[in-house]
Ligand binder design. Structure first.
Ligand SMILES: [Zn+2]
Length: 139
């Protein structure tokens, strides 16, 4: 089972703990963002809603008869989601980069100082410009 093997390797490396920490922090962060949006950001938007006395939650757009659209609530949720989604995206990208780096280990390529092409780290001569590599003697 490829998937099971992958998961086992993933769990053994201790990544599970890293991921669990990320999930917990992400969840807590989501609450902070929600509180920030509804506590600080939306009241400012509410200022422009004179008819509701500045309370964005009460901002409703009347439609037909008794039907009203709760625009304020939806707007708050949308702003919430946008910020949380952006932050989680950043966290995931950073986290993935971190995991990838962990898995890759030491670099296997280097940049030729003469022609700036990427060549194997153990190369003693550049395959692009044939220049002798300065650090070849050590390896
Ligand atoms: Zn070169």
């Amino acid at each position: 089972m490829g998937l099971l093997k992958d998961f086992k390797a993933f769990a053994i490396k201790g990544n599970v703990i890293d991921l669990a920490v990320a999930v917990v922090i992400g969840g807590a962060f989501g609450k902070i963002v929600s509180a920030l949006v509804s506590g600080l950001l939306m009241p400012v938007i509410g200022l422009f809603q004179k008819e509701t006395g500045g309370d964005w939650r009460e901002w409703k757009v009347p439609a037909e008869g008794k039907i009203q659209f709760g625009v304020g609530e939806v707007l708050g949720a949308v702003v919430d989601f946008t910020i949380v989604a952006f932050v989680i995206f950043l966290v995931v990208v950073k986290l993935m980069g971190y995991f990838k780096k962990k898995e890759q280990g030491p670099p296997t390529t280097k940049t030729c100082p003469e022609c700036l092409e990427t060549i194997p780290i153990k190369a003693r001569k550049c395959k692009f410009c044939a220049s002798v590599q300065p650090d070849a003697a050590q390896t």
